[in-house]
Design a protein around this ligand. Structure first.
Ligand code: YH5
Length: 279
């Protein structure tokens, strides 16, 4: 499996890759005022790359359950300068975490390589941006919007329904002109799912891999860990590592994480177990 990136680069998914989360919201890099601290963001990227990140996932809108929406211009103001700076300073792969077509377009022009969309390219014009630019796309499953989604957790069979949604979205994208090898599927842990449903999805993750598309899993610090273990966000590292390890064992090709160094170690152990690489 190989993702084709802009400017004749590529990302080989033979081994599981690490997507490091870079939140550029005012609360994450605040100088106390309106400005987001670009220096702090760049230093964090430098550290994440040293720790083993393969992709820097830049997001300007919190999509946590219950979070408020931000306007397009606010989101652009947050992410575009950071994408330009990261592109200029580092030779790394950049994904843009957005569901807004205008943000995708501007982010790719500023140097982003991958669209990471929690709404699976359902915004008007989003599929066309992916077709025109030919960048890889991560299609994630969710229901409703972040403000309301935790009321939308009625499923007959969560794994089958999420997989059906994602493969239908993938077919639609392929018909529109996106290359199948450029599509990544993500069950969307924590997005309109109960605790039990999140663990059903994790346990059934190999069904997603069997679809033939690359699979991305993002469970880092989420409430599926906090609720199960009764831990606050600051104490969810061990649980997050366990989730990442299980996901790799079930075929995930990209793990999205806040804790790069620790997750890189866990992935290396899981890969050595799976691949026979040491023989
Ligand atoms: C994802 O799963 N998630 S944003 C609640 C938390 C912690 C973290 C403390 N973007 C995903 O990271 N993109 C987000 O509780 C994503 N897959 C992909 N592809 C939510 C998040 C978070 C939410």
């Amino acid at each position: 499996m190989l993702l084709r990136l802009p400017r004749n680069r590529q990302l080989l998914l033979d081994k599981c890759k690490l997507m490091a989360i870079l939140n550029v919201t005012p609360d994450s890099f605040s100088d106390g005022g309106k400005f987001v601290g670009h220096d702090a963001a760049l230093r964090q990227v430098e550290q994440m790359l040293k720790d083993g990140a393969d992709i820097i996932d830049i997001g300007g809108e919190s999509t946590r359950p219950g979070a408020a929406e931000v306007s397009i211009s606010e989101e652009l103001d947050r992410v575009i300068p950071v994408i330009e700076l990261v592109r200029r300073e580092f030779d790394t792969v950049i994904s843009i975490d957005t569901y807004k077509t205008a943000v995708m377009k501007a982010a790719i022009a500023a140097g982003a390589d991958i669209i990471n969309d929690v709404r699976a390219l359902q915004d008007e014009g989003a599929v066309e941006v992916a077709v025109q630019t030919q960048v890889p796309v991560c299609l994630m499953h969710m229901r409703g919007m972040p403000g309301s989604m935790q009321q939308l957790t009625d499923y007959q069979q969560v794994t089958d329904e999420v997989l059906t949604f994602l493969t239908e979205r993938a077919s639609f994208c392929i018909k529109a002109g996106i290359a199948p090898g450029q599509i990544i599927l993500d069950p969307g842990f924590g997005f309109a799912k109960t605790l039990a449903q999140n663990y059903q999805l994790l346990s059934g993750l190999s069904k997603f891999q069997q679809s033939g598309f690359a699979v991305l899993a993002g469970m880092s610090r989420k409430s599926m860990i906090g609720q199960l273990l009764n831990r606050p966000v600051s104490e969810r590292l061990a649980g997050s590592i366990a989730c990442a390890t299980i996901a790799v064992m079930h075929g995930a090709r990209i793990i999205r994480t806040h804790d790069v160094r620790e997750t890189a170690d866990a992935i290396a152990v899981a890969e050595a177990t799976m691949s026979g690489e040491l023989e």
